[in-house]
Design a protein. Structure first.
Length: 286
Protein backbone atom coordinates (compact mmCIF):
# COMPACT_ATOMS: atom_id res chain seq x y z
CA UNK A 1 0.00 0.00 0.00
CA UNK A 2 1.36 3.43 -0.97
CA UNK A 3 2.36 5.93 1.71
CA UNK A 4 0.06 8.89 1.93
CA UNK A 5 0.79 12.61 1.88
CA UNK A 6 -0.68 14.77 4.68
CA UNK A 7 -3.53 17.13 3.94
CA UNK A 8 -1.98 20.30 2.44
CA UNK A 9 -1.61 23.08 4.98
CA UNK A 10 -0.64 25.61 2.32
CA UNK A 11 -2.68 25.64 -0.88
CA UNK A 12 -2.47 27.70 -4.05
CA UNK A 13 -5.38 28.32 -6.41
CA UNK A 14 -4.81 29.75 -9.88
CA UNK A 15 -7.87 31.77 -10.82
CA UNK A 16 -10.18 33.56 -8.42
CA UNK A 17 -13.44 33.41 -10.34
CA UNK A 18 -16.55 31.57 -9.22
CA UNK A 19 -14.85 28.17 -9.39
CA UNK A 20 -11.42 29.18 -8.11
CA UNK A 21 -12.97 31.25 -5.35
CA UNK A 22 -15.07 28.27 -4.33
CA UNK A 23 -12.00 26.02 -4.20
CA UNK A 24 -10.22 28.60 -2.06
CA UNK A 25 -13.28 28.72 0.21
CA UNK A 26 -13.24 24.93 0.67
CA UNK A 27 -9.59 24.79 1.71
CA UNK A 28 -9.91 27.82 3.99
CA UNK A 29 -12.81 26.19 5.81
CA UNK A 30 -10.69 23.03 6.21
CA UNK A 31 -7.93 25.01 7.93
CA UNK A 32 -5.43 25.55 5.12
CA UNK A 33 -3.66 28.79 4.29
CA UNK A 34 -4.65 29.71 0.73
CA UNK A 35 -2.98 31.88 -1.89
CA UNK A 36 -5.06 32.78 -4.94
CA UNK A 37 -3.36 33.98 -8.11
CA UNK A 38 -5.23 36.42 -10.33
CA UNK A 39 -4.20 38.11 -13.57
CA UNK A 40 -4.28 41.75 -12.47
CA UNK A 41 -5.00 43.92 -9.37
CA UNK A 42 -8.68 44.67 -10.07
CA UNK A 43 -9.47 40.99 -10.57
CA UNK A 44 -7.47 40.16 -7.44
CA UNK A 45 -9.48 42.58 -5.31
CA UNK A 46 -12.75 41.26 -6.72
CA UNK A 47 -11.64 37.70 -5.93
CA UNK A 48 -10.77 38.64 -2.36
CA UNK A 49 -14.17 40.25 -1.81
CA UNK A 50 -15.96 37.25 -3.34
CA UNK A 51 -14.13 34.72 -1.18
CA UNK A 52 -14.44 36.71 2.04
CA UNK A 53 -18.18 37.16 1.44
CA UNK A 54 -18.61 33.45 0.76
CA UNK A 55 -16.69 32.48 3.92
CA UNK A 56 -18.72 34.95 5.99
CA UNK A 57 -21.98 33.38 4.79
CA UNK A 58 -20.74 29.90 5.72
CA UNK A 59 -19.77 31.07 9.19
CA UNK A 60 -23.15 32.75 9.63
CA UNK A 61 -24.83 29.43 8.75
CA UNK A 62 -22.77 27.69 11.42
CA UNK A 63 -20.60 25.66 9.05
CA UNK A 64 -17.61 26.25 11.33
CA UNK A 65 -16.85 27.62 14.78
CA UNK A 66 -13.90 29.55 13.36
CA UNK A 67 -13.75 33.32 13.63
CA UNK A 68 -14.11 35.20 10.33
CA UNK A 69 -11.02 37.32 10.98
CA UNK A 70 -8.95 34.21 11.69
CA UNK A 71 -10.08 32.53 8.46
CA UNK A 72 -9.51 35.50 6.16
CA UNK A 73 -6.07 36.07 7.68
CA UNK A 74 -5.13 32.77 6.05
CA UNK A 75 -6.12 34.13 2.62
CA UNK A 76 -3.77 35.90 0.23
CA UNK A 77 -4.66 37.10 -3.26
CA UNK A 78 -1.67 37.91 -5.46
CA UNK A 79 -0.78 38.49 -9.10
CA UNK A 80 2.77 37.07 -8.88
CA UNK A 81 3.21 33.30 -9.18
CA UNK A 82 6.17 33.58 -6.83
CA UNK A 83 3.64 33.79 -3.99
CA UNK A 84 2.99 30.05 -4.51
CA UNK A 85 6.52 29.03 -3.52
CA UNK A 86 5.47 27.60 -0.12
CA UNK A 87 2.39 25.74 -1.36
CA UNK A 88 2.09 21.97 -0.78
CA UNK A 89 -0.69 21.79 -3.38
CA UNK A 90 -1.66 24.10 -6.22
CA UNK A 91 -5.00 23.73 -8.03
CA UNK A 92 -5.31 25.34 -11.46
CA UNK A 93 -8.81 26.72 -12.03
CA UNK A 94 -8.55 28.87 -15.16
CA UNK A 95 -11.07 28.64 -18.01
CA UNK A 96 -11.40 25.45 -20.03
CA UNK A 97 -8.73 26.06 -22.65
CA UNK A 98 -5.70 23.83 -23.15
CA UNK A 99 -3.22 26.64 -23.80
CA UNK A 100 -4.39 28.70 -20.83
CA UNK A 101 -4.19 25.71 -18.52
CA UNK A 102 -0.71 24.73 -19.69
CA UNK A 103 0.54 28.29 -19.19
CA UNK A 104 -0.89 28.40 -15.65
CA UNK A 105 0.42 24.97 -14.69
CA UNK A 106 3.93 25.61 -16.01
CA UNK A 107 4.07 29.00 -14.30
CA UNK A 108 3.22 27.35 -10.98
CA UNK A 109 5.58 24.42 -11.47
CA UNK A 110 8.52 26.78 -11.97
CA UNK A 111 8.19 28.17 -8.43
CA UNK A 112 6.97 25.12 -6.50
CA UNK A 113 9.14 22.94 -4.30
CA UNK A 114 10.18 19.63 -5.82
CA UNK A 115 7.77 17.62 -3.63
CA UNK A 116 4.67 19.81 -4.13
CA UNK A 117 1.59 18.47 -5.90
CA UNK A 118 -0.01 20.19 -8.88
CA UNK A 119 -3.65 19.62 -9.86
CA UNK A 120 -5.96 20.76 -12.62
CA UNK A 121 -9.66 21.45 -12.15
CA UNK A 122 -10.32 20.64 -15.82
CA UNK A 123 -13.71 19.10 -16.46
CA UNK A 124 -12.82 17.42 -19.75
CA UNK A 125 -9.26 17.92 -21.02
CA UNK A 126 -7.01 14.85 -21.01
CA UNK A 127 -4.59 14.99 -18.09
CA UNK A 128 -2.03 13.05 -20.12
CA UNK A 129 -1.83 15.91 -22.63
CA UNK A 130 -1.43 18.46 -19.84
CA UNK A 131 1.11 16.29 -18.00
CA UNK A 132 3.21 16.01 -21.16
CA UNK A 133 3.90 19.76 -20.87
CA UNK A 134 5.19 19.51 -17.28
CA UNK A 135 8.62 18.82 -15.81
CA UNK A 136 7.24 16.70 -12.94
CA UNK A 137 4.19 14.84 -14.32
CA UNK A 138 4.36 12.22 -11.54
CA UNK A 139 3.09 14.84 -9.07
CA UNK A 140 0.16 15.91 -11.21
CA UNK A 141 -3.49 14.81 -11.12
CA UNK A 142 -7.00 16.13 -11.62
CA UNK A 143 -9.23 17.52 -8.87
CA UNK A 144 -12.51 18.35 -10.59
CA UNK A 145 -14.67 20.46 -8.27
CA UNK A 146 -18.32 21.26 -8.98
CA UNK A 147 -20.22 24.54 -8.86
CA UNK A 148 -21.12 25.92 -6.43
CA UNK A 149 -18.13 24.45 -4.60
CA UNK A 150 -19.21 25.32 -1.02
CA UNK A 151 -22.53 23.48 -1.46
CA UNK A 152 -21.40 20.64 -3.72
CA UNK A 153 -20.48 17.35 -2.05
CA UNK A 154 -18.61 15.80 -5.00
CA UNK A 155 -15.01 16.06 -6.21
CA UNK A 156 -13.83 13.92 -9.11
CA UNK A 157 -10.27 12.68 -8.52
CA UNK A 158 -8.71 11.99 -11.91
CA UNK A 159 -5.59 9.84 -12.01
CA UNK A 160 -3.29 10.53 -14.94
CA UNK A 161 -1.26 7.65 -16.45
CA UNK A 162 1.94 8.88 -14.77
CA UNK A 163 0.51 10.06 -11.43
CA UNK A 164 2.72 8.81 -8.58
CA UNK A 165 1.04 6.14 -6.41
CA UNK A 166 1.31 8.13 -3.16
CA UNK A 167 -0.28 11.17 -4.82
CA UNK A 168 -3.11 9.02 -6.20
CA UNK A 169 -3.62 7.39 -2.81
CA UNK A 170 -3.63 10.68 -0.88
CA UNK A 171 -6.02 12.77 -2.95
CA UNK A 172 -9.26 10.97 -1.94
CA UNK A 173 -8.39 11.47 1.74
CA UNK A 174 -7.81 15.18 1.07
CA UNK A 175 -11.28 15.37 -0.51
CA UNK A 176 -12.82 13.76 2.58
CA UNK A 177 -11.02 16.28 4.81
CA UNK A 178 -12.79 18.99 2.79
CA UNK A 179 -16.06 17.36 3.82
CA UNK A 180 -16.78 16.09 0.32
CA UNK A 181 -17.03 12.71 -1.40
CA UNK A 182 -14.30 11.59 -3.82
CA UNK A 183 -15.10 9.71 -7.02
CA UNK A 184 -11.90 8.27 -8.50
CA UNK A 185 -11.71 7.90 -12.28
CA UNK A 186 -8.96 7.26 -14.75
CA UNK A 187 -7.92 9.83 -17.30
CA UNK A 188 -10.30 9.79 -20.28
CA UNK A 189 -12.13 12.50 -22.27
CA UNK A 190 -14.81 14.06 -20.08
CA UNK A 191 -13.96 11.67 -17.21
CA UNK A 192 -17.24 10.38 -15.71
CA UNK A 193 -19.25 13.42 -14.68
CA UNK A 194 -18.77 15.71 -17.68
CA UNK A 195 -19.21 12.89 -20.17
CA UNK A 196 -22.56 11.83 -18.69
CA UNK A 197 -23.74 15.33 -17.78
CA UNK A 198 -22.99 16.80 -21.19
CA UNK A 199 -24.59 13.84 -23.01
CA UNK A 200 -27.87 14.40 -21.16
CA UNK A 201 -27.71 18.18 -21.57
CA UNK A 202 -27.06 18.01 -25.33
CA UNK A 203 -30.03 15.69 -25.84
CA UNK A 204 -32.20 18.05 -23.77
CA UNK A 205 -31.09 20.94 -26.01
CA UNK A 206 -31.99 18.95 -29.13
CA UNK A 207 -35.44 18.33 -27.65
CA UNK A 208 -35.94 22.09 -27.17
CA UNK A 209 -34.65 22.68 -30.70
CA UNK A 210 -37.13 20.13 -32.10
CA UNK A 211 -40.03 21.55 -30.10
CA UNK A 212 -40.55 18.36 -28.10
CA UNK A 213 -41.09 20.32 -24.87
CA UNK A 214 -40.08 23.54 -23.16
CA UNK A 215 -36.84 23.81 -21.21
CA UNK A 216 -38.84 24.04 -18.00
CA UNK A 217 -40.83 20.87 -18.72
CA UNK A 218 -37.76 18.89 -19.83
CA UNK A 219 -36.02 19.84 -16.61
CA UNK A 220 -39.11 18.96 -14.57
CA UNK A 221 -39.16 15.51 -16.17
CA UNK A 222 -35.61 14.83 -15.00
CA UNK A 223 -36.11 16.40 -11.58
CA UNK A 224 -39.38 14.64 -10.77
CA UNK A 225 -38.96 11.45 -12.77
CA UNK A 226 -35.28 10.73 -12.15
CA UNK A 227 -34.72 12.71 -8.94
CA UNK A 228 -32.08 15.01 -10.46
CA UNK A 229 -31.77 17.97 -8.04
CA UNK A 230 -31.51 20.36 -11.02
CA UNK A 231 -32.53 19.65 -14.60
CA UNK A 232 -29.95 19.49 -17.41
CA UNK A 233 -30.87 22.81 -18.98
CA UNK A 234 -30.91 24.80 -15.74
CA UNK A 235 -27.59 23.13 -14.87
CA UNK A 236 -26.25 24.25 -18.24
CA UNK A 237 -27.28 27.82 -17.42
CA UNK A 238 -25.47 27.60 -14.08
CA UNK A 239 -22.32 26.08 -15.59
CA UNK A 240 -22.35 28.49 -18.54
CA UNK A 241 -23.40 27.76 -22.12
CA UNK A 242 -19.98 28.80 -23.39
CA UNK A 243 -18.34 26.31 -21.01
CA UNK A 244 -20.70 23.54 -22.11
CA UNK A 245 -20.04 24.37 -25.77
CA UNK A 246 -16.28 24.12 -25.28
CA UNK A 247 -16.58 20.78 -23.50
CA UNK A 248 -18.97 19.41 -26.15
CA UNK A 249 -16.59 20.41 -28.95
CA UNK A 250 -13.70 18.72 -27.16
CA UNK A 251 -15.70 15.53 -26.56
CA UNK A 252 -16.95 15.48 -30.16
CA UNK A 253 -13.37 15.71 -31.38
CA UNK A 254 -12.22 12.81 -29.19
CA UNK A 255 -15.33 10.62 -28.80
CA UNK A 256 -17.33 11.20 -31.95
CA UNK A 257 -20.33 12.96 -33.41
CA UNK A 258 -22.69 11.91 -30.61
CA UNK A 259 -21.24 14.87 -28.67
CA UNK A 260 -21.59 17.37 -31.53
CA UNK A 261 -23.10 20.59 -30.13
CA UNK A 262 -26.64 21.30 -31.41
CA UNK A 263 -27.19 24.52 -33.33
CA UNK A 264 -29.34 26.00 -30.56
CA UNK A 265 -26.32 25.95 -28.25
CA UNK A 266 -24.04 27.57 -30.82
CA UNK A 267 -26.64 30.25 -31.58
CA UNK A 268 -27.20 31.14 -27.94
CA UNK A 269 -23.48 31.45 -27.27
CA UNK A 270 -23.06 33.60 -30.39
CA UNK A 271 -25.80 35.93 -29.07
CA UNK A 272 -24.12 36.17 -25.69
CA UNK A 273 -26.82 34.11 -23.95
CA UNK A 274 -24.41 32.31 -21.63
CA UNK A 275 -26.76 31.43 -18.79
CA UNK A 276 -26.94 32.81 -15.29
CA UNK A 277 -23.75 34.89 -15.61
CA UNK A 278 -25.15 36.85 -18.58
CA UNK A 279 -28.74 36.98 -17.32
CA UNK A 280 -30.16 34.71 -20.00
CA UNK A 281 -29.62 31.21 -21.34
CA UNK A 282 -32.33 28.58 -21.52
CA UNK A 283 -33.91 30.56 -18.65
CA UNK A 284 -34.26 34.25 -17.88
CA UNK A 285 -32.09 35.05 -14.82
CA UNK A 286 -32.61 38.80 -14.68
Amino acid sequence: MSATIPFPSNVGVIGGGRMGGGIAHAFLMAGSSVTVIEREPIAAEAARERIESSVAKSIERGATDANLDEVVQRLRVEIDYGALAEANLVVEAVFEDFGAKVEALKSAERVLAADSVLASNTSSISLATLAAELERPAQFLGLHFFNPVPASTLIEVVIAPGTRPDVAASAPAWVETLGKTPVVVKDSPGFASSRLGVAIALEAMRMVEEGVASAKDIDAAMELGYKHPTGPLKTTDIVGLDVRLGIAEYLAEHLGERFAPPQILRDKVARGELGRKSGKGFYDWE
